[in-house]
Write a protein that binds this ligand. Structure first.
Ligand SMILES: [Zn+2]
Length: 107
């Protein structure tokens, strides 16, 4: 056991979560690609060659929303979504530790 009776495993997970939180943004959702038309009548998409566009699909207040991501933002949004997933996974693991404490009535 390390400080405040936390296991080394728990401390490692907390440290990792803090590292992710210190970094740049994070965002909940799933990345998906869509084909869309831009609306310009002289564009290739008007002839059926639609544009690839990235969206982030997420649920909020029981509604599914998809948010279009501008081309120039795609790389950073991918990072934000990935980072959210990493932090979430660590929180799940940490939560599991405390779930076990309650189950076994152990401090
Ligand atoms: Zn177009």
């Amino acid at each position: 056991m390390g400080k405040r009776g936390r296991s080394w495993q728990e401390q490692a997970w907390r440290r990792r979560a803090r590292k992710f939180l210190r970094e740049d943004g994070l965002m909940r959702g799933n990345i998906s690609m869509r084909l869309r038309v831009c609306g310009k009548s002289n564009c290739r998409c008007a002839q059926g060659q639609r544009h690839q566009a990235m969206v982030v699909v997420y649920r909020r207040a029981n509604r599914t929303t998809q948010l279009y991501v501008p081309k120039a933002w795609e790389a950073r949004v991918r990072q934000w979504v990935k980072r959210y997933g990493e932090v979430r996974e660590l929180l799940e693991k940490l939560s599991g530790i405390y779930e076990t404490k309650v189950r076994h009535r152990r401090d």
